[in-house]
Design a protein around this ligand. Structure first.
Ligand SMILES: [Fe+2]
Ligand SMILES: [Fe+2]
Length: 295
């Protein structure tokens, strides 16, 4: 697939390919629970029992969810013995966020050495914030057919290609911004294209991989997946607030949408709708650290 056609740039792709594949093999794969949970989340209606049936397939996940539910973050510490009880206390919406975060963190919660993010948890904070913003945007944008949960997962995983490329960059490269052209020169693909390949290995559905592939593509080209445009807008909002980047996060900064006319047009969002949408995203991001501190 794309990996075979990426013969460009100075390095011999046949040499690089083996190294890249080897690196991909070493990455922890995503929990199957993510795929099953997405399937469940597409249904109009599902009960706490349905939720429990999916979650209980991953013992480690159950243990962490119960620990979180009992931690006191959601009111006074209590003794919750089952996932169904936890859903009642925490609510299905917050449980969903926690499930996605916990089941992807083994793969995504890693410090990138050569990209510029806030040390330690910056890459993870960026992923979570873009995921949460993408969910709100997907739910609000008339042109977006992507389910809110799918947009969340696509947002969460959108920069996963960097996990692989990070190992091939020169140490210290992160002192400056790394362009996608540079990524292609080093490994033969940029992080968006590489993620698509990676997701094939992980059996991630195209509803997730296509948005990730297109998260830097021209929003006005008809071939660009609408979910990719959703992620672009999510990134603009999160970048304005400096989530996950070096320095302080500030959710009070005004988001400038002057250069996002193409993105808004493609999503069929009007300028009048944006203040409310940005407010909703901000509301979700307040306390994001608390929500996942114990996760
Ligand atoms: Fe990003
Ligand atoms: Fe990106």
């Amino acid at each position: 697939m794309p990996i075979a056609t990426a013969t460009r740039n100075t390095q011999d792709w046949r040499t690089v390919r083996f190294e890249v594949l080897e690196r991909i093999e070493k990455l922890p794969s995503l929990s199957n629970v993510v795929a099953e949970f997405l399937e469940l989340a597409r249904k109009e209606f599902f009960t706490a029992k349905d939720f429990e049936a999916v979650i209980c397939k991953d013992q480690a996940l159950v243990a962490r969810l119960l620990r979180l539910a009992n931690s006191g973050i959601y009111g006074k510490p209590r003794s919750i013995r089952s996932i169904a009880e936890a859903v009642v206390l925490i609510g299905l919406d917050d449980m969903k966020k926690i499930v996605y975060a916990v089941s992807t963190e083994g793969t995504m919660r890693r410090e990138l050495m050569n990209y510029r993010y806030e040390p330690e948890s910056g890459f993870w904070a960026h992923a979570l914030a873009v995921g949460m913003a993408a969910r709100e945007i997907a739910n609000a944008a008339p042109a977006c057919s992507l389910h809110g949960e799918e947009a969340f997962v696509a947002g969460l995983l959108h920069d996963a290609g960097k996990l692989v490329i990070d190992d091939f960059l020169d140490p210290g490269a992160g002192q400056r911004h790394i362009t996608r052209k540079e990524e292609s020169e080093v490994v033969g693909l940029d992080h968006a294209a590489l993620a698509e390949y990676l997701f094939k290995q992980w059996n991630i559905p195209t509803t997730i991989s296509a948005p990730v592939r297109d998260h830097h593509a021209n929003p006005l080209e008809t071939g660009t997946h609408i979910g990719g445009v959703v992620i672009q807008l999510a990134q603009v909002v999160c970048a304005a607030w400096n989530v996950g980047q070096e320095g302080t996060t500030d959710l009070s900064v005004e988001v400038s949408l002057e250069r996002q006319q193409g993105v808004l047009a493609r999503l069929e969002l009007t300028s009048e709708q944006m203040p409310q949408l940005i407010w909703d995203i901000r509301k979700n991001l307040v306390g994001i650290e608390d929500l996942f501190r114990e996760a």
